[in-house]
Write a protein that binds this ligand. Sequence first.
Ligand code: 13P
Length: 249
Amino acid sequence: MGRQLIAGNWKMNGLFGPGSAQAKELAARASAGTPLAAELLVCPPAQLLLPFAEIFQDSGIALGGQDCHTAARGAHTGDISAEMLADAGCTYVIVGHSERRADHGESDAEVKAKAEAARGADLIPIVCVGETEDQRRSGKALSVIEGQIRGSLPENPEDSRLVIAYEPVWAIGTGLTAKPSDVQEVHGHIRDLLSGLFGLEAGAAVRILYGGSVKPANAAELLAVPNVDGALVGGASLLAEDFWAIAAT
Ligand code: 13P
């Protein structure tokens, strides 16, 4: 397994002035001293992609989109394509975040098409899965996640340009985190599924991130769980100091 990936999802937060100041602080930290063991990725809102691409130049920090359309171009008002994200300097894109599944009714099939569009534009898709509170309470967490994995992953098992993010919906933005034992169970289950789908070697090469109220105070415990290959961080990625503290864990 390669380096852990610490990814910041800014969601619909960040204006040019204060956002750029945070990005510059992050780039300054990344460019000074010894390089981090982890790989850093920031996924800002679309209007900040181009300025951040410039700020992150030579810092080693990667840039990602938060969503992409299934098509490369065309009459899709308000959408952005994977090709456009790549053109702006992105190397990753988040697809199938639970907020998009909920707010925009995205199905597994649509998420899969987005992941394939991402790969078609040479981006690495970060495919998000996760159960709701009701689903966990009724003992369905693993089967829900399995269904999402089977339905949302791109074809081409031999292609290891893929990241999965397990984000329990009830842990997002709530301050609640899944217990390390639950994270271990889910990530282990996802790893087994990947091995079954892609074969042992390709299955082991896919990074599985945990997301949901990851903070500097709980990052060490979560990142030490077997099969946790990084974190997808929301709120705590908005402040360079906190995001850096998580990445340096
Ligand atoms: P929070 O870290 O704010 O809980 O958000 C997690 C998330 O949804 C990242 O994609």
